[in-house]
Design a protein around this ligand. Structure first.
Ligand code: NDP
Length: 444
């Protein structure tokens, strides 16, 4: 059995009931086979892959908090510090009832390669809790965030581990967590990113993941002789990534016709009204059913359905495994030319394969949504030098990072004989740098 297959089998055996983690490990290890095969003896000797798939540390803790009725609630908190070969652990905090250790490990593992691809000095980590922020009062959110940080603060710091937002963790939650960290540790430092502008946040961080997704998609299309201008785009999700993906796609001349949330989806044949979407989601924190009040010509449908709309480009920006094989078949039948992942692992493995086999340009999340973490690293730089850069400066650095990132994954795919396969290109390019650093630092 090959070294790669041995390690995949071991991961599955030793980490039962973690299907998302298995899926992420399989995808990465499968596509770095050419590199592993070329170095098999040395990698085996150093147990390189075993060290890569085992987190340096995983922390699980109790999060008790008091709800508005005076009852005590208990959630579980996690932080997985996966790999610090190239820099302090960096990765978001997910607050969603589906969170468990397997999901956090899948996200942390992906984060290692994504962070490496940005070209910036950040290692991989991820955290979160099974807390459900939906329907909670502001006071309850604060109570949870303070309790969560009371424990987490022992393990993080500006030079060790710098968490950020993710599903369910936006500017409000980061603010409450930062306040609690400062109170307990007595340190005003860049320990979290995604902070408000008045206390060390970076301009353009809010927009970064969605904008970065479009900079990379634009570059991928250009390098393949196509143009985003005039194209029809379907987007899933209506959170941070989706909103700014819609905004930038429209700025680049495309027409976005869908968004969704976990209850249903909107089809707006005239193009999504971003101002209305922001008002509903960012200001009023309402459901997408409200969108029709702003745009009477739009349609709202319950359930899942954005992939059934005819489009040139599909941008899944909600959650993992939301674009399945049947969706991929519908997209291909409708003539889609590109799929770029705004969310983490939104496309199932068989759907990805189907899209690639049918000539669809496919940009995996670890490359396509790396703009968020890249800009978080720029926030860390600004915090270190105690300066704030202009929106234009951050946005222009973000654009450069995404264009370079695309060139690197394109180049890695070609070097190993898989031209146009950006999944292979991203995994190999991300892996090469991490392995180089791990080798240089010895068996640790
Ligand atoms: P938000 O919480 O702001 O938005 C998430 C969106 O996805 C909401 O519309 C939500 O709907 C929907 N959603 C969440 N879970 C599900 C589900 N199980 N089924 C259907 N819809 C769902 O999160 P973000 O926009 O920040 O994150 C979206 C994705 O992008 C995630 O995969 C995240 O890991 C990834 N990502 C985010 C980055 C960032 O900077 N924010 C950076 C890189 C990746 P509802 O409101 O109904 O829950």
């Amino acid at each position: 059995m090959s070294y790669v297959d041995e390690v995949i089998e071991r991961v599955e055996r030793e980490n039962p009931n973690e299907p998302e983690f298995h899926q992420a490990v399989r995808e990465v290890l499968d596509s770095i086979r050419p590199v592993v095969d070329a170095n098999e003896a040395a990698y085996r000797r150093d147990a390189l892959l075993e060290r890569l798939v085992n987190p340096e540390r995983q922390i699980k803790f109790r999060v008790p908090w008091i709800d508005d009725k005076g009852d005590v609630q208990v959630n579980t908190g996690y932080r997985v510090q996966f790999n610090s070969a190239i820099g302090p652990y960096k990765g978001g905090l997910r607050l969603h009832p589906s969170v468990n250790i397997g999901i956090i490990k899948f996200l942390g593992f992906e984060q290692i390669f994504k962070n490496s691809l940005t070209g910036l000095p950040i290692g991989g980590g991820k955290g979160g809790s099974d807390f459900n922020p939906k329907g909670k009062s502001d006071r309850e959110i604060m109570a949870f965030c303070q309790s969560f940080m009371s424990e987490l603060c022992k393990y993080i710091g500006a030079d060790t581990d710098v968490p950020a937002g993710d599903i369910g963790t936006g500017a409000r939650e980061i603010g409450y967590m930062f306040g609690q960290y400062k109170k307990l540790r007595g340190l005003f430092e860049g320990v979290l990113t995604g902070k408000g502008l008045s206390y060390g946040g970076s301009l353009a961080r809010t927009e970064a993941t969605g904008y970065g997704l479009l900079y990379l998609t634009d570059e991928m299309l250009k390098k393949n002789g196509k143009d985003i201008k005039g194209k029809t785009v379907v987007v899933s999700g209506s959170g941070n990534v989706a909103i700014y993906a819609v905004e930038k796609a429209q700025q680049l001349g495309a027409k976005v016709v869908t968004v969704s949330d976990s209850n249903g989806w909107v089809y707006d044949p005239d193009g999504i009204d971003v101002a209305a979407l922001k008002e509903i989601k960012e200001v009023k924190r309402q459901r997408l059913t409200e969108y029709k009040n702003y745009r009477p010509n739009s349609e709202y449908h319950e359930g899942k359905g954005v992939w059934s709309i005819k489009a040139d480009i599909a941008l899944p920006c909600a959650t993992q495994n939301e674009l399945e094989l049947d969706d991929a078949k519908t997209l291909v039948k409708n003539g889609v030319i590109a799929v770029a992942e705004g969310a983490n692992m939104p496309t199932t493995a068989d759907a990805t394969k189907y899209l690639q086999e049918n000539g669809v340009l496919f940009a995996p999340g670890k490359a396509a949504n790396a703009g968020g973490v890249a800009t978080s690293a720029l926030e860390m730089s600004q915090n270190s030098e105690r300066l704030s850069w202009s929106f234009e400066k951050v946005d222009s650095k973000l654009k450069d990072i995404m264009v370079n990132l695309f060139d690197n994954i394109d180049d890695a795919a070609k070097r190993y004989g898989f031209p146009g396969n950006y999944v292979v290109g991203a995994n190999i390019a991300g892996f090469e740098k991490v392995v180089d650093a791990m080798n240089a630092q010895g068996i640790v």
